[in-house]
Design a protein around this ligand. Structure first.
Ligand code: AMP
Length: 121
């Protein structure tokens, strides 16, 4: 069951301010508050999807297209579409876990500031 009180749902509803990078009808991207590298941004769908597989199973064709457009535009704007890491944590995985129950894709690039594993503790 999707938790409407998660922090990214509040960002989508405009209840919490954030530094937006790109936005379209169904997706938006913004800076991670606790960056692990010089470039660390997040892309989220505006729809209520708990994790990546919920999104893959249930989002509409337009939502899928808009999400990947936002990924492409964000990486281009951050000048990291030639070298970056794309990470989507789902539940409690082997190394990392998903701390916010709203699907998000991390784009991480450039100089490392801290270990991703440390951040997830
Ligand atoms: P994950 O561990 O994959 O669920 O990643 C959640 C990410 O959300 C972490 O990297 C947090 O630093 C980030 N985060 C949490 N709250 C906010 C917020 N209000 N604005 C931007 N990023 C956030």
């Amino acid at each position: 069951m999707y938790d409407k009180n998660n922090v990214f749902a509040k960002i989508v509803r405009g209840e919490i301010p954030t530094n937006k990078i790109c936005e379209n009808a169904y997706a938006l991207s913004f800076y991670d508050v606790n960056p692990v590298a010089k470039t660390h941004v997040l892309i989220i769908p505006k729809g209520e999807y708990e994790n990546m597989f919920d999104f893959l199973h249930n989002a509409s064709t337009d939502e899928h297209a808009a999400f990947w457009d936002c990924v492409k535009d964000t990486a281009h704007k951050m000048k990291c579409d030639d070298a970056c890491n794309l990470i989507a944590n789902v539940g409690r995985g082997t190394f990392f876990y998903q701390s916010v129950p709203h699907f998000h894709l991390h784009i991480i690039a450039g100089e490392k500031l801290q270990d991703f594993a440390d951040m997830a503790q």
